[in-house]
Design a protein around this ligand. Structure first.
Ligand SMILES: *Cc1c(COP(=O)(O)O)cnc(C)c1O
Length: 396
């Protein structure tokens, strides 16, 4: 099928919600993607921070193929050894004793919200959940409500009740909003979709301490920042805080749809029989994939991602010399380069693509760099050189 046929089918049949790049991808190998014309691209998008092992990782592919042949899905009516093996590994690695497995980031956050509400019922009754302006937590109605995007809120009103928001990184506003009605706070340590926007260390440490002192649950959405993305297994580890609930998805199973909500024993047992569920959640295929991804992280990839993430940060610092680069942000292998308003980031994205490098635009005119954790120094050098050529030939 040629490119125009592929595009026509999308235009005719897909609900018109996505603005896609003019690129049809055929296959991946290592940290590279190949389009239908055989052009090669080094991938700094990774299916939006999802393909953390890149493409056709030998050990991962072997484990997934073996599981496909053996058993893919039986529902949670039955036990499977592979799910039991995975939840043991995940709970041991994360330090959270309770988990619920689902299929996406939105579902993981929906689970966290429902779990918090169940917990409130046992602790004095209904409470409000507070989230940050500019946050992204998903597209179900509840997760859309905690996502700080006013236009989206208007489109889907009426929204579920029991939510409020605070200004990103503004501790005074946070303190004001954290009334006795609030039972839980949900945030990303680095707002990904909003353009790789980190909370300050001070904000997180103080907000956490205040929540602890008031008995307010602290929920960290690690959907994008988790699985080694920032150099530690979870981003909250950088701040010396211990959330009550965290959520995961994206990189958790290396590209097979999966999400997880993890909690302390006290909070995680607020659910009882029949309170929540999922047909696909934690099925044998997803668990086999996720178990292999976590094993590979534990066997050296996490340490490696930390090293290469620092390398990426050091190389990107170089771009601050260009006056049209207004900010360089992020941690580990999650970085954002914000361009001044005069230069559309999408134009830079397109030029990088012509040079064989994929990045994407997130939030406020920001190039987002979220490669597989297997990315190499040489591939990073290639991106930096390509971006430098583009910057050097930009008049602004
Ligand atoms: C992507 C993302 C989500 C939503 O995940 P889906 O799998 O698309 O539902 C939620 N939270 C954060 C921080 C994300 O980056």
């Amino acid at each position: 099928m040629n490119f125009s046929k592929i595009k026509e089918a999308e235009a005719a049949h897909y609900m018109p919600v996505f603005s896609r790049d003019s690129l049809a991808i055929e296959r991946g190998e290592g940290n590279c993607l190949y389009d239908i014309n055989g052009n090669k691209y080094v991938d700094f998008v990774a299916g939006i921070a999802t393909n953390i092992l890149g493409y056709n990782h030998p050990e991962y592919t072997e484990a997934v193929v073996a599981q496909v042949k053996k058993l893919m899905h039986v529902s949670n009516h039955y036990y499977t050894e592979v799910q039991s093996r995975y939840i043991t590994r995940l709970c041991e690695a994360s330090g959270f004793p309770r988990v619920f497995l689902c299929n996406s980031g939105a579902e993981a956050n929906e689970c966290a919200i429902k779990l918090a509400r169940r917990y409130f019922k046992n602790h004095g009754g209904d409470k409000v959940i507070l989230s940050a302006a500019g946050a992204f937590h998903g597209r179900t109605l509840a997760t859309l409500t905690v996502t700080g995007n006013a236009a989206q809120h208007d489109r889907y009103s009426p929204l579920p009740q029991g939510f409020d928001s605070f200004i990103y990184n503004d501790f005074d506003d946070f303190k004001r909003k954290l009334t006795d009605d609030v039972g839980a706070v949900i945030l990303e340590t680095i707002q990904g979709e909003c353009g790789v926007r980190p909370f300050s260390n001070d904000f997180l440490v103080n907000a956490y301490a205040l929540c602890k002192s008031k008995g307010v649950l602290f929920i960290v959405d690690e959907v994008q920042t988790g699985m080694g993305r920032t150099g530690t297994l979870f981003s909250f580890e950088h701040f010396g805080i211990q959330p009550d609930i965290i959520t995961m998805a994206k990189g958790i199973a290396g590209g097979i749809p999966m999400g997880a909500c993890l909690a302390t024993e006290e909070v995680g047992t607020a659910f009882s029989l029949g309170d929540h569920g999922s047909t696909f959640g934690g099925n044998a295929l997803a668990c086999a994939a996720a178990d292999k991804v976590l094993e590979i992280l534990q066997n050296g990839l996490l340490a490696r991602s930390q090293e290469v993430g620092e390398y990426l940060g050091n190389r990107l610092a170089h771009f601050s010399k260009y006056n049209f680069i207004s900010d360089i942000r992020g941690m580990g292998l999650m970085r954002g380069i914000q361009l001044s308003d005069k230069i559309p980031a999408a134009a830079f994205e397109g030029k990088l693509r012509e040079k064989g490098y994929l990045v994407n635009v997130a939030g406020n005119n920001t190039l987002r760099i979220i490669p597989p954790l297997t990315i190499t120094e040489q591939e990073i050098d290639g991106l930096v050189d390509a971006l430098d050529e583009i910057c050097a030939s930009t008049n602004a």
